[in-house]
Every structure is written in structure tokens, then in C-alpha cells.
Design a protein around this ligand. Structure first.
Ligand code: GLN
Length: 453
């Protein structure tokens, strides 16, 4: 659990400034946070004195927040995200704004306007993205936790590539107010920690209805930390053996089996499922179509005129817009916007088709989750890729895109390391039906204990 005693002894302003100096090269940080500036009322001491970093796509009042995009250079929102406020009101100290793939679109950590973020344990390998900086600073021990966002897998996959815990809660139970929209029907706040209990405590702090977020949901699931012990309960755990054919590295396969064996020996029931993988093969394409269209709509205010970077003053709207978007976005973002227009204008009605297939995907996964307590899969197909040999986008590799299914249906999903070995770490992923985050934490905590014995 967070070491409050250790952090109490450290002058955090001094520590933060030293961190900034020493981290110029690795690009994990975008800037320091002046934590004396935020006058937020204290409600509890649950996180008293614990420093954290937050991805640069969470609005902080009167503070540069650019989502690592040139088009938002110099943008200072006039409001602060709910997640940030909640953390601070529970005693945590925000010290660092972390780097990301521009506008959270990307999976490598290499597509930021503030420089690439590599794996902290080996610069030849990826840290994963889009929450690359938040992942980095927990993995290298700079801060005990950090906040990211997860639209397709952007917290859980990077977490696996560095051997930390990455968690995304049920869609809607943690406010997205102040998080820059990427694709709101998939977007979730997520976080990185070093153990499961810390992750559960953060949900205790962050969960809750927020009238400022129109998609905010009420949940009755609570006391995640207090009730984390499984006691004598035995869970029904589903596995999908067919997914193993997509695994690329033996370490991933062996550790997945190790996790299954540990749980079996602990008395849990392992149930094999054989879903229609053909349906899951469509996950990446459905995600691309729907998320790009949502992204295009949500980012329509990035014009270069309203706020952020004004590339060309005193020109007409279209000329200015063209200039701002041509210079303001990197290729990855442009690609997404082009996809969105193809989906929108094509006679094929791709968007409608994608929505229908999304329904099939959700039904297929929910059919499994309804019959068990949790589903256990390997988090990734592979160990962190070499930067010269990226294999992040492979639509036919069902396992490679499996985490995105839990954004599609809104399930909680947690990536737990089995072997922590720097850039060669392996992890498994635990998920459940939406609103059963507690089951995910309970099983993850148990598996963590069994694995450490
Ligand atoms: N890698 C995925 C993408 O590029 C997920 C991004 C995310 O979760 N923010 O869209």
C-alpha cells in the first residue's frame, strides 16, 4: 500500500523539479504541476501526501494542457477535471503532467508532439501507449501512481509492457469531466499502480456520479479496498483456449498457464469457452470506424481559431482551418480523421454496419461473462516490441485487439503482471461484466498473492 511515511519526508516541490531536470531525455513528462495553485477543499486523508502524475489530456485550470498536440499548444482550460479534484481533495499531490500519443490516438508512445517515450527498461523497446508517460513514471518508480485514459487499451497494454498494474473501471462510473474526448462511448479514465490494493483504493476515491459528466453512471458496487479479500469464496473463471494460437512469445503463454494453474490449485473453477472468434475478428475494424467518427466529431472544435495554437492570423476560416490542421496534427491523427470521413460518406454505410457488429461483439462477450465471475486472458500477445519491429496493428490477431472488447461493452478490466522483468514482463488480464469491478479486484488481489508466494 502507498508508503505515506516515505513521501511525507520528501519536499515534493524540490523532488518534482529534480525529476523534471533528470527526465528531459526520456520525454515522459510534459511539464511540472504547480500544486500550490489549486485551492481544492480537503475531504479525506486517504491519499495524504502521495504524489502522482496525470496524462496531459486532463484539463487543469489555467495550466497548459495540450494532449501532446501542436494544435493545442498554449491552451489553458478554464476548468479542472473531476478526477484531478477528487485526488487532491483526498490528499494526493499532483506533481507531473505526463506525455502521451497525440490526442490519445496511438498504441506505441512514439507519436507525441513532445518526443517519443520508450520503454524505461530498454530504449530499443516501446513503453506502449497512448498513456506512455503515465506508464513510464510508475514503472521507473518516480511516482507511486499515475492517471491515464483508456479508449481501446491505452492503460492496460502499456502496463503489461513494463510490468505494472493497469486498470480501467466500468465505463461511466468514474467521471470523464475534463478529460479530452477521444471517443466518448469507449473512453474511460484509468490508472497505473504497483499493486492491486492501491488500484482498488483509487477506485474508492474516484468512483461516483458526477452531474458535470452527462454520461456519468451510478454504481452500487463499493468498498473496493476494504472488501478485497476473497476469504473462502471460490470463483468461476472462464478461459478461451483458442486465443492461445495468437500468442507470439512463449513467455506470455507460459505465464498465462502459470496463472491458470495457481488459480486452479487455489480451488477456483476454470471453465473453457469457445466463443465465435469470427465476431471478435471484427473488433479492430469496428473500433477504428466508430472511434474515429466519434473522435472527428468531438475534435471538431480544434480549428486553430477558438483556442490553442493560432497558426495563421487574419485569414479566412477555411484557409486558417486547413493551415491549423495540416500543421497541428501528426500523421496518426490525420489518418483517424480520414478514416472517419470514409466511414461517414461511403455508400457502404460503414458506420451503421460497425454499430451493428459492435452489438454482436458485446453480446458474444457478455454471454461468457454472464456465466462466470471473471474472464482470464493474456493481456498481450507478445513482450514489448522492438521499436524497429512494431506489430501493434494486426486486425486478424484476435488476442491483440481483445482488450478493446471491454471498452466496447463497458467492462472493468485489469492487467496484472505475472513476471516482472522490465521490458520483458508478462501480464494477464482479468475482466467481468460491467459494474462488477469488485470481483475483478478480488480475483486480481488473490492471484497477485498466489504469484508472490
Ligand atoms: N491503441 C488504440 C488506438 O490507437 C487505443 C488508444 C486509447 O486507448 N486511447 O486507438
Amino acid at each position: 500500500m502507498f508508503n505515506k511515511e516515505k513521501w511525507k519526508k520528501i519536499n515534493l516541490a524540490f523532488y518534482r523539479d529534480e525529476v523534471i531536470k533528470s527526465k528531459k531525455e526520456d520525454h515522459s513528462i510534459i511539464e511540472a504541476i504547480d500544486f500550490t495553485k489549486f485551492k481544492i477543499e480537503k475531504k479525506s486523508q486517504l491519499l495524504d501526501g502521495i504524489p502522482f502524475g496525470i496524462k496531459d489530456n486532463f484539463s487543469l485550470e489555467d495550466t497548459n494542457t495540450s494532449s501532446a498536440s501542436k494544435i493545442l499548444k498554449g491552451f489553458k482550460p478554464n476548468y479542472t477535471s473531476t478526477v484531478f479534484k477528487k485526488l487532491v481533495s483526498n490528499g494526493a499531490i499532483p506533481i507531473l503532467k505526463t506525455n502521451l500519443d497525440e490526442l490519445a490516438m496511438g498504441g506505441t508512445g512514439l507519436t507525441s508532439n513532445h518526443g517519443p517515450v520508450y520503454n524505461p527498461f530498454n530504449k530499443e523497446h516501446i513503453a506502449g501507449g497512448s498513456s506512455s508517460g503515465s506508464n513510464y513514471i510508475v514503472a521507473d518508480g518516480t511516482v507511486p501512481f499515475s492517471i491515464g485514459s483508456d479508449t481501446g487499451d491505452s492503460v492496460r497494454k502499456p502496463a503489461a509492457y513494463t510490468g505494472v498494474i493497469g486498470y480501467k473501471p466500468t465505463w461511466g462510473i468514474v467521471s470523464r469531466y475534463g478529460l479530452f474526448d477521444f471517443a466518448p462511448t469507449w473512453d474511460t479514465v484509468g490508472w497505473f499502480t504497483n499493486n492491486v490494493k492501491e488500484s482498488a483504493l483509487l477506485l474508492d476515491v474516484l468512483q461516483g456520479y458526477d452531474s458535470l459528466d452527462a454520461s456519468s453512471l451510478h454504481s452500487t458496487d463499493k468498498n473496493f479496498l476494504e472488501e478485497i479479500n476473497l476469504e473462502n469464496e471460490k470463483y468461476k473463471i472462464s478461459i478461451i483456449p483458442e486465443l492461445e494460437k495468437y500468442i507470439k512469445d512463449d513467455e506470455v503463454r507460459n505465464d498465462y498457464h502459470k496463472a491458470i494453474d495457481l488459480l486452479k490449485k487455489d480451488g477456483h473453477e476454470i471453465i473453457e469457452f469457445k466463443p465465435n472468434l469470427k465476431i471478435f475478428e471484427s473488433t479492430l475494424i469496428v473500433y477504428r470506424i466508430v472511434s474515429s467518427l466519434e473522435a472527428f466529431t468531438c475534435n471538431s472544435n480544434l480549428t486553430g481559431f477558438l483556442f490553442g495554437n493560432n497558426f495563421k492570423k487574419d485569414v479566412g476560416y477555411l484557409e486558417g482551418l486547413n493551415e491549423a490542421r495540416t500543421k497541428g496534427f501528426n500523421y496518426e491523427v490525420k489518418k483517424r480523421f480520414l478514416w472517419s470521413q470514409e466511414a461517414r460518406y461511403s455508400k457502404e454505410k460503414y458506420y451503421l454496419k460497425a454499430l451493428k457488429i459492435r452489438r454482436l461483439i458485446n453480446d458474444e462477450i457478455n454471454k461468457i461473462l454472464e456465466k462466470v465471475d471473471v474472464l482470464l486472458i493474456p493481456t498481450t500477445t507478445d513482450l514489448s516490441s522492438n521499436i524497429n519491429n512494431l506489430n501493434t496493428f494486426d486486425s486478424k490477431n484476435v488476442l491483440n485487439n481483445f482488450l478493446t472488447i471491454f471498452n466496447s461493452n463497458g467492462s472493468p478490466s485489469l492487467s496484472l503482471p505475472i513476471t516482472k522483468k522490465g521490458h520483458q514482463s508478462t501480464s494477464v488480464n482479468i475482466s467481468s461484466l460491467p459494474f462488477q469491478d469488485k470481483k475483478v479486484f478480488k480475483l486480481a488481489n488473490r492471484l497477485e498473492e498466489l504469484n508472490e508466494k
